[in-house]
Write a protein of this length. Structure first.
Length: 305
């Protein structure tokens, strides 16, 4: 209940009046007093804060996230349209940074103190200090503006194809830069984990014996290093979910990507309290669900030994 109350109050602390933003449009300037009252009620602004909270909570308990006056559509519909794009971004980046961090971290950890380890760890340290919005802007500047290899924003061209394969390719081209920005942001924390564990494992007797027996590098990587690092990665995933979602929101805003982050940003600009409350509730629920899935995966992995 406290979380719900905070979600209700925070949008109302923003400067500006949502109805005032709406009144700046030609459509609302011609509304009568009765029309304005109806619009205020539809935006959840009728009465004081207590009355507004009671009405919103009642709707929320019925599964109704409300109606966005700025989009003239139900909030649930807007979220349902935006959520798949955000999931595509997260699920596209996660395997990339997890696999690359594991491979790079294990390689550096096995050669700890060497030139490869020092060079790579120094690069990752610099990378970790760069905020996600700076990474996104640099990628856009380099690969979409100065060297226009990829689109600078959005998720589809202005005239998308009706053919599935072509449309899939169009989406892939648009999503590469946001996925890369997110993967680079998350790479560092998992690299340090993999490297630290690899340094320890390299001096364990069972690993040293495997190396002495001439075990193939692939088996050494998967059965000795990978199997021990995987549970640590899963545990850290659970701890890093909130930071991951924050980075996703920022990256979506930079690339004008049509996900939940863009929806939240638009709701803030428009002072659309109902949409902002609904998207925040959706993000909070998504965080809980994602943490539950990660914990379940960790439990299942521990059960298998």
């Amino acid at each position: 209940m406290l979380v719900v109350l905070v979600i209700f109050i925070l949008p109302r602390l923003l400067p500006g009046d949502p109805l005032g933003v709406m009144l700046s449009s030609d459509y609302t300037q011609n509304l009568s007093e009765a029309g304005l009252a109806e619009l205020r009620a539809r935006m959840g602004l009728a009465g004081g804060w207590a009355e507004q909270f009671g009405a919103w909570l009642s709707d929320l308990l019925r599964g109704d996230l409300g109606y966005s006056a700025t989009h003239a559509r139900p909030v649930a519909t807007l979220i349902a349209e935006s959520l798949p794009w955000t999931l595509l971004l997260i699920l596209g980046a996660m395997p990339v940074y997890l696999v690359l961090a594991a491979l790079a971290g294990i390689g550096a950890g096995r050669a700890a103190g060497g030139g490869f380890d020092r060079g790579l760890t120094g690069f990752v340290t610099v990378l970790a200090s760069i905020p996600p919005f700076v990474t996104a802007i640099l990628l856009m500047l380099g690969l979409a503006i100065l060297w226009p290899v990829f689109p600078a924003g959005g998720a589809l061209p202005m005239l998308p194809s009706d053919q599935l394969m072509i449309r899939t390719g169009q989406i892939a081209r648009h999503v590469i830069l946001p996925v890369t920005a997110l993967a680079l942001h998350e790479f560092a924390r998992f690299y340090y984990l993999a490297r630290g564990e690899a340094v320890v494992l390299a001096h364990r007797p069972f690993v040293m014996n495997a190396v002495a027996r001439g075990l193939p590098p692939r088996r050494l990587l998967t059965e000795y290093y990978g199997r021990n690092i995987l549970p640590i990665f899963i545990a850290r995933l659970s701890d890093s979910v909130s930071g991951l979602v924050s980075a996703v929101v920022i990256i979506e805003i930079v690339f004008s990507y049509p996900g939940i982050g863009g929806l939240i940003y638009g709701a803030i600009l428009d002072r659309d309290y109902t949409l902002l409350q609904g998207t925040t509730i959706a993000v909070a629920a998504g965080l809980l669900a994602l943490n539950w899935l990660i914990d379940a995966a960790g439990t299942a992995l521990a059960g298998r030994g």
